[in-house]
Design a protein around this ligand. Structure first.
Ligand code: NIG
Ligand code: FE
Length: 410
């Protein structure tokens, strides 16, 4: 902490005052970069920035750390608005099953997938879950993630869902980055409710949600709206119950099929609709004029070999796009947003500038952090990234698989 001055910055990225909270359509190509710049921070708050040519000099050198960023870029940390960072065990055996020909959906129908993670999580203590998640978060920070949404959904019982959300609450206090908690009890139907959907939905609505409300354990509510998971009507009932305790929806929709969940979620005031590997014309229409952020998860498409979300189509319709990792043990075992940036460029034909807007301004919006995160503006407390020496900003998504972040400052 204390005072930090970063000088000789090759490019100060995404800086400015009164920047928009959302960049949409063609505006997503806009990315302010100030060359040969300085940035001053005090106890993590941005207090000044500008061109080295306008440098006024330092009047008080006490407790000042000076960092020379010659050849390096400085940018606001990425915001990851969709993750499942709290989980018990990795699932590489399912990865091998998929290599051998089974699909993600087939594995789930055999009792693998989310139910596999739920069995493992039931056996793990809150402390162990916390320690593991903390380790993951430290790794994510080193890759440049400065704000994180984390979902429950590997509990699927009252006790285990609350256990997950209590872990997230502790992470909020101890991780050193902004964290938002999302209740995802409606992630899958547990085995004992396979033929009794009504029973599980009642459990969510009558037992889980009230307890979550009492303990203040969640900011948002989610449901996996998909064939073999939750129908549009089932999702709607659950989101409505969440709204009663003030939880705004951020939902899993259109991963494998377009069932009309986007329209319904928007009617129920969703802050974001996430996945969107499948998109129907009516989904696009529903998104227009809404305040909902379409969020695409390209690492999931990569790992499951399913279609990539059509970001260009959304932007061509003057819509915004956010990108997130979906970090989880089943469909996305990497939370590295530098890789997401690269996939968005290579596979979704987003320009490096569009993709960075999707990972900063628009992603901050998708987790209600526009006031503090996503841009370099005076008064903001957003964490800052300093890159290694790189030839250009586009080099980050271009040279995929490398670590380009040298320092994370919060
Ligand atoms: O966002 N699709 C639903 N949920 C997660 C995957 C969960 C899992 O396989 O463990 C996702 O991809
Ligand atoms: Fe997810």
């Amino acid at each position: 902490m204390g005072k930090i001055l970063i000088k000789n910055i090759k490019g100060l990225v995404q800086h400015g005052e009164n920047l928009p909270k959302i960049r949409r359509g063609a505006e997503m190509k806009t990315l302010p970069i100030l060359e040969n710049a300085f940035l001053a921070l005090e106890d993590g708050t941005i207090v000044a920035y500008g061109s080295m040519d306008d440098w006024g000099g330092i009047t008080d050198w006490r407790d000042l750390e000076v960092i020379d960023a010659e050849g390096k870029y400085v940018l606001p940390a990425f915001c990851d608005s969709h993750t499942h960072t709290v989980f018990a065990k990795s699932r590489e055996e399912e990865f091998v099953d998929r290599i051998n020909g089974l699909s993600y959906e087939e594995i789930a129908l055999k009792g693998g997938g989310i139910l596999n993670s739920a069995r493992k999580l039931a056996e793990m203590s809150e402390d162990e879950l916390f320690e593991q998640a903390m380790e993951r978060i430290n790794r994510l920070k080193s890759y440049g993630t400065g704000a994180l949404e984390i979902k429950s959904g590997y509990g699927l019982s009252v006790d285990a869902e609350l256990k997950m959300l209590r872990v997230v609450k502790r992470l909020k206090q101890e991780s050193g980055i902004a964290i938002k908690a999302t209740f995802l009890g409606a992630h899958a139907f547990p085995v004992e409710y396979k033929e009794n959907h009504r029973g599980y939905i009642d459990l969510i609505i009558n037992e889980m949600i009230p307890k979550i409300g009492e303990e203040g354990l969640a900011d948002y509510i989610d449901a996996f709206c998909e064939r073999n998971y939750f129908s549009v009507d089932e999702m709607a009932e659950i989101l409505e119950a969440g709204a009663k305790i003030g939880l705004r929806p951020k939902v899993h929709v259109n991963q494998f099929s377009a069932l009309g969940g986007i329209k319904k979620a928007i009617e129920l005031n969703a802050l974001s609709v996430d996945h969107l590997e499948e998109l129907a014309d009516e989904d696009i229409e529903a998104l227009k004029d809404s305040t909902c952020m379409p969020t695409i998860l390209p690492s999931c498409s990569h790992f499951l070999s399913i279609p990539f979300g059509d970001a260009r189509r959304l932007m061509d319709n003057n819509l915004p796009v956010a990108l997130a990792s979906d970090f989880n043990p089943g469909s996305t075992p990497s939370g590295n947003l530098q890789f997401v940036w690269s996939l968005a460029c290579v596979k979704m034909k987003m320009t490096p500038e569009e993709a960075l807007n999707a990972l900063t301004i628009n992603a901050a919006y998708a987790m209600d952090l526009s006031e503090t995160h996503g841009t370099i503006s005076v008064g903001k407390q957003t964490p800052i990234l300093i890159t290694k020496e790189i030839p250009s900003l586009a080099y980050i998504p271009y040279a995929f698989g490398d670590q380009h972040i040298e320092r994370f400052i919060s």
